[in-house]
Design a binder for this molecule. Sequence first.
Ligand code: ADP
Length: 401
Amino acid sequence: MEDQLLVVNCGSSSLKLAVFDQGRRKLVSVLAERLNTDEASARISGTAETIPLPDNGSYERVLAALVEALKTRGILCRDPVAIGHRVVHGGETFRGAALIDDQVVAAIDHCASLAPLHNPVNLAGIAATRALYPEVPQVAVFDTAFHQTLPPKAFRYALPETYYRDWAVRRYGFHGTSHYFMAQEAARLLARTHDTTSIISAHLGNGCSVAAIRNGRSVDTSMGLTPLEGLVMGTRSGDVDPSLFDYLAGKGLSAAEVHKTLNKQSGLLGLSGESNDMRTLCDLAEQGHSGAALAIDVFCFRLARYLGAMTASLTALDALVFTGGIGENSARVRQQTVEHLSLLGITLDSVANARNGADTEGRINAAESRYPVLVIPTNEERVIAEEALRLARSTQSPSTD
Ligand code: ADP
């Protein structure tokens, strides 16, 4: 049987495992959701089959149960050759993927103050697979690493220097693995090389961010110290006036309450008063729901503003690229956004856009558009699997390679 790779993605309330073969094909994935609640459940992707979870749902125990389920179903037949972990925050320490050892674990822990909801659960996943597979090389792939090439003018806030020096306050950016994937795939589709390809990429899922990628390297992005900055998202506000905290303190709200509202009750949900889900909002807007229409308008306008802003970091543009659940599937959002960019000469082909680029190798721009526009389904797991394999191989002696 062919060697396999395991990809682990521990979120704040979910845990996803994916098994890849070395031809970069995903064989199967399992998803455990609503962890730490009474409704915790797990299932194998593409099936209705559920996997029983342990009562005490620590990440270690849930992960062990999912691995066991993959083993008993004959999906994971022997030890994987490498295990890749998604880790949210690598601070300034990690500029690329890292082979995990005790020092790397300590460094990820050190970055946890920047991502208190994420890095600790990422570490729990790492501890669990290290216990299950002590001999297998494990690799951490960071959401922030791809953006470590941002120049200071793009990553520094106009704040006292001591905030940066003493407290690491700067813009980091996230979704780096997805932006990297878009740059790679765009280069392939345009028959160019990665390091001569410049794109503006828009990752539009529940979280949303754009990036300017110049000759294969990230040079600007919309998320900042945390994933709250930038675009309007499912439940996140994106940019607001920082004085909002002080203003709302005057209305009796604590910083923690405002922070929670900006992260959990704002964005599409806050604007529409109905839903954080773009598909639901598009349906409602078509039925005449004004809140849903407003939410989509603000979402697209803010996105277009940021796409325009990204041009400040580029001297050439090979493509504008859309990905994520919204970017890949919503013709309405893409069309409405691009309408704000007429000054850039970007126009869409309505048929190709309606088909999400399915028959046109991802291309959705009109023939007369000044720049190509592509829809590229993201595949962060595949990048993590590739990075895990690459670093695991780099540790092997030539005779075992
Ligand atoms: P996550 O960031 O959690 O991985 P996804 O990338 O799956 O999320 O994106 C989820 C978003 O994609 C939701 O807002 C969902 O409504 C939206 N979406 C998925 N399909 C469509 C569609 N056909 N039209 C509009 N929005 C869609």
